[in-house]
Design a protein around this ligand. Sequence first.
Ligand SMILES: *[C@@H]1O[C@H](CO)[C@@H](O)[C@H](O)[C@H]1NC(C)=O
Ligand SMILES: *[C@@H]1O[C@H](CO)[C@@H](O)[C@H](O)[C@H]1NC(C)=O
Ligand SMILES: *[C@@H]1O[C@H](CO)[C@@H](O)[C@H](O)[C@H]1NC(C)=O
Ligand SMILES: *[C@@H]1O[C@H](CO)[C@@H](O)[C@H](O)[C@H]1NC(C)=O
Ligand SMILES: *[C@@H]1O[C@H](CO)[C@@H](O)[C@H](O)[C@H]1NC(C)=O
Ligand SMILES: *[C@@H]1O[C@H](CO)[C@@H](O)[C@H](O)[C@H]1NC(C)=O
Ligand SMILES: *[C@@H]1O[C@H](CO)[C@@H](O)[C@H](O)[C@H]1NC(C)=O
Length: 398
Amino acid sequence: MFMIVFSSLLALSEAGVGSILQSDAQKNTPEDGRRNFSQLSREYGHECEEYDVTTEDGYILKLFHITGNEDSTPVLLMHGILDTADAFIIRGNISIAINLAEAGNDVWAWNVRGNIYSRRHETLSPDKDKHKFWDFSFHEMGTYDLPATIDFILEKTGKENLSAIGHSMGTSIAYILGSTRPEYNQKISVFISLAPIAYLTHVSPAVKATVKLWPAIKLFFQSLGYEEVLQNNSTATELIQFICTQGELSYDICWKGVASALAGDDPEEMEEQFFDVFIRHFPAGTSRKTFGHFVQIARTGRFAQYNYGAIKNRLVYKSADFPDYNLSNATMPIVLIAAKNDGFSGIKDVERLKGQLPNVVDYHVMEREQFNHLDFIYGRHLNVYMTPLLRDFLSKFS
Ligand SMILES: *[C@@H]1O[C@H](CO)[C@@H](O)[C@H](O)[C@H]1NC(C)=O
Ligand SMILES: *[C@@H]1O[C@H](CO)[C@@H](O)[C@H](O)[C@H]1NC(C)=O
Ligand SMILES: *[C@@H]1O[C@H](CO)[C@@H](O)[C@H](O)[C@H]1NC(C)=O
Ligand SMILES: *[C@@H]1O[C@H](CO)[C@@H](O)[C@H](O)[C@H]1NC(C)=O
Ligand SMILES: *[C@@H]1O[C@H](CO)[C@@H](O)[C@H](O)[C@H]1NC(C)=O
Ligand SMILES: *[C@@H]1O[C@H](CO)[C@@H](O)[C@H](O)[C@H]1NC(C)=O
Ligand SMILES: *[C@@H]1O[C@H](CO)[C@@H](O)[C@H](O)[C@H]1NC(C)=O
């Protein structure tokens, strides 16, 4: 029982949300639950290419490119934890990917190491070499995955820089890149942060409770030998997907009961029909260490590298303490967009971050009181409250 509740909690931690705006007709078919990014892109009118990007440390990442607007500055879309590039397109013709492509942006969407699209490595097998393959967190996504992806896109397009839009963990990754590999700051013309995460102090009670439970959860995973958690076709994920696709009751349990508690309650923005599509794309897997690293940030209140304990820290960092990320090195222009009802990215945490970043070019708090963590990318009225804002920031700064 504990496992079911916990899995559902995790599963829904990045799920969607609500507003009482005028409803724009929006098209979503149940088949969208089974379509991958390229198929969805074609379904909604845009050709799409797939690339493999190999990182310095051998991971092979799937990168999607919506073709047709190659003259403009590339925009890279960076999803959150347990998510994939699909996050930006499963809303179909009102999704961020499709709307930006229609507005003439050259859209790229990546997949971090370990998710269902990027579960590959030049020499390591995610199943046979699990201790090595899954030994990463968002630190490696920032220090290896992002630089490799930026270099690949700039090489392909012949451009000198790109803009990027990150959601949740996607923002942490960009701050880590800017802090640890400062030479990349100049390759990003603007980084738009949706639900910025560097601190996890002012979070919802449900997130606090999950952080408290983590030692038990971690032990549970460890005892089963799970280095990879909640991948697409794992037993836990199948269970979640089964429980969460039984119609109205499932919607009440999974969405209203679990996701809203974690992410913030906003019942208008994620309707049952869309939830059905969403839950077939999420959760898409990550490493146990990625969760561990976020829990560490929540507990210590420090945006810092992974803590291995004093003895191993000396080997890895040449100091018993684990180093903070030096945010003053992250000099890329950054737009911060926060929301008052976000269970993960609290306004006070975002303001603390804002005080430490040297080049915040705009700070915007979403007006609606109920706006939560998932409304940024999944809401039913995304094209009304989010895409125009993104387009404004992109044209102003890139
Ligand atoms: C999305 O598609 C639906 C159905 O085809 C259409 O009614 C609606 O106007 C479209 N919305 C946008 C924003 O393109
Ligand atoms: C997406 O689906 C298409 C059509 O089935 C397939 O050709 C393509 O390889 C798939 N892409 C990925 C990344 O799974
Ligand atoms: C970004 O690159 C373009 C050329 O690709 C250049 O014109 C522009 O000045 C660059 N912007 C920044 C902020 O470096
Ligand atoms: C910050 O940048 C300075 C100068 O570029 C560099 O010496 C330092 O190592 C950087 N800090 C980190 C944590 O990478
Ligand atoms: C998830 O796994 C199922 C069955 O294992 C497969 O049919 C589906 O295509 C997978 N989804 C993705 C996004 O790879
Ligand atoms: C998930 O699917 C992949 C590819 O189909 C397979 O190699 C792997 O063993 C599966 N994992 C589980 C837990 O079923
Ligand atoms: C952080 O980086 C800035 C700019 O490079 C530097 O002046 C400062 O000394 C660094 N702080 C630490 C604690 O390394």
